[in-house]
Design a protein around this ligand. Structure first.
Ligand code: ADP
Length: 215
């Protein structure tokens, strides 16, 4: 489902090139739950953004369902991302002036009904927070709202960047539990994290260090 072929990413900065990923090849099968682990700065976010069609590699190819993501037009790539992929971030990235349900429906208001959003919020234990704004939520609730936003369009793949980085252990376990439920329902999950959390749910753990996969 996801294939990275000899992917290298070099950021061009005023202070010279920064090598973030060095000739990385990874395959993730449909329905797999993969954790990519490594210390801060090893290239995890870079890897995830590339899989999600948001960052073009300097060389190499990223394939989703055999489509070369960066050979597509911008429009096709946006469509692929909007229909096939859900993102979860460490800092939640909820829109502060919208309610929880508005946040969840934001990219999909026309395609997905309010009932589906409410059912999902119920499933995530947030039914009574649907009309609250993110500022009125705990960190755990914010991340579950972000998870609802990521899952609302029934994506084939969920990409999560340190999804529990700002959560206490109990809420972290809750978020991983919901990711595991999505996985059990047939979803493909890639989580990048510097910690060991999530390993219990993973089919496979890939270790990344200084832009390279560790054997
Ligand atoms: P991680 O997610 O594992 O912390 P990142 O993928 O964010 O790692 O970063 C990998 C390397 O690339 C780091 O050395 C980081 O400083 C550098 N980097 C990340 N984003 C940029 C950017 N936009 N411009 C320049 N360097 C970057």
């Amino acid at each position: 489902m996801i294939r990275l072929e000899n992917v290298t990413k070099t950021y061009r900065t005023r202070r010279g090139p920064v090598n973030a990923l060095d000739n990385v090849s990874i395959e993730v099968a449909r329905g797999e739950f993969v954790v990519v682990r490594g210390p801060s700065g090893c290239g995890k976010s870079t890897l995830l953004l590339m899989i999600g069609g948001m960052l073009r590699p300097s060389s190499g190819a990223v394939l989703l369902d055999d489509a070369d993501v960066y050979a597509l037009s911008q429009r096709e790539r946006n469509r692929l991302r909007a229909t096939r992929v859900g993102f979860v971030f460490q800092m939640f990235h909820l829109v502060p002036y919208l309610t929880v349900i508005e946040n969840v429906l934001l990219p999909n208001a026309r395609a997905v009904g309010r009932d589906r959003a409410l059912a999902l919020l119920e499933q995530l234990g947030l039914a009574d927070r649907a009309l609250h704004r993110p500022g009125e939520l705990s960190a755990g609730e914010k991340q579950r709202a972000a998870l609802a936003r990521a899952l609302i369009h029934r994506p084939a793949i969920v990409l999560a960047d340190e999804p529990t980085g700002n959560l206490d252990p109990e809420n972290a376990a809750g978020v991983f539990g919901h990711l595991a439920d999505y996985h059990k329902s047939g979803g493909t999950v890639v989580v990048v994290t510097h910690g060991g959390d999530g390993d219990v749910h993973a089919d496979r753990v890939i270790c990344l260090r200084a832009g390279c996969i560790e054997a």
